[in-house]
Design a protein around this ligand. Structure first.
Ligand code: BT5
Length: 327
């Protein structure tokens, strides 16, 4: 696949300026700020209107961005990011097998940390252990490429980072009761709203890249999803702009990733606790080969593993599994 990114600097600069500013803008001042003549600015504004941006014009005050299109595009995507790392390079697709596959198979010369692949839909979206991830149009399907110098055992912490980023983003945008089910589920009203899948690829120089894939049900009708799923559209009974959610998720992700890089795993855990309902609970956990029951006493700060006290009194750390809370 040809990974072509569309870079239109003036457009990006203008959108960034308008997205960040919620007041009316004087055309002359805006034109100066983006290094365009007034005529060029008018032309650009018309082009943006054709792409679905809506402006409000006032005879004295100037103009204001009223709403952004609900269509993924790179300048708009970049305009809402405050990041140094995440979203440094962005690829947008209409349809792919899986955004994780796109980044896991990207050529080594393009393995830039913070690269993000986003698609409108996936035809082979996947969860853990080969499970399917329903990916119809209207959802968010994105993957983030990282180079965090980790060993394979620490991968679970990136599921937590992904889940915290989604929970934080949605909570700060809409203040709705979001929770995280260890290790990678984001729940709304006890139903699955989002999931995270972290995978590793080893490069020819023996270093690893990590790909964190995030799927969120935003504007999806629930008849296109498994029974236990929910979407923001179903919850709010109206359309939600995907881009606003992606901006927030990627900005939150960078925040959590910086905590990880600065060895502040304790803070990540604190953020996770805000949304988690599992600590102190009696659970049953089904791993690939075994089933355990016990009391959740903690999360391992190094690898994100769940520490449970078994009924025998022994403590056990589990890195991945399906959790049920026992009443
Ligand atoms: C996950 O796996 O929750 C990880 C999902 C990661 C999806 C993203 S999308 C971008 C990137 N590209 C990919 O191909 N994947 C990542 P797991 O915990 O194993 O949950 C899978 C289970 O969730 C399935 O067996 C279904 O029961 C349920 N499920 C499937 N599609 C769903 C959806 N859209 N919403 C909620 N639940 C779903």
């Amino acid at each position: 696949m040809n990974l072509k990114s569309q870079e239109t600097r003036e457009e990006e600069k203008l959108i960034r300026l308008l997205v960040k500013n919620e007041q009316f803008e004087n055309k002359k001042i805006v034109a100066q700020k983006v290094n365009l003549s007034i005529n060029e600015l008018d032309l650009l504004l018309r082009q943006l209107q054709n792409k679905g941006y809506k402006f409000c014009f006032h005879p004295h005050l100037g103009f204001q961005l009223e709403s952004i299109p609900d269509k993924l595009n790179i300048p708009l995507m970049k305009a809402g990011l405050d990041n140094k790392i995440i979203g440094r390079k962005i690829y947008i697709f209409k349809s792919v097998s899986s955004t994780n596959d796109i980044l896991l198979n990207i050529s080594e010369s393009k393995c830039i940390e913070g690269t993000v692949a986003i698609t409108e839909r996936q035809n082979q979206g996947r969860g853990r252990l080969g499970k399917n991830w329903a990916s119809p149009v209207g959802g968010i399907y994105l993957s983030i490429l990282l180079k965090p110098h980790i060993d394979f055992k620490r991968i679970t912490i990136f599921n937590l980072i992904g889940a915290i980023s989604v929970a934080n983003a949605i909570n700060s945008l809409y203040e709705i009761p979001i929770s995280i089910k260890w290790p990678n589920d984001v729940l709304l009203q006890g139903k699955k709203l989002a999931g995270v899948l972290s995978e590793i690829r080893t490069l020819s120089d023996n270093t690893n890249i990590l790909v964190v894939g995030i799927g969120i049900n935003v504007c999806v009708d629930t008849d296109q999803l498994p029974q236990e799923a929910i979407s923001l559209k179903e919850y709010f009974k109206k359309r939600i702009n995907l881009i606003t959610v992606i901006w927030k998720v990627l900005n939150c992700f960078e925040h959590e990733y910086n905590l990880y890089k600065n060895e502040k795993a304790g803070q990540i855990l604190k953020n996770w606790r805000q949304f988690s309902t599992i600590l102190g609970q009696q659970i049953r956990i089904t791993t690939e080969n075994e089933i355990f029951e016990g009391y959740v006493s903690n999360i391992d700060l190094i690898d994100g593993g769940l520490i449970i006290r078994l009924d025998s009194g022994l403590e056990k750390k589990i890195l991945s599994g399906y959790v049920e809370i026992l009443k």
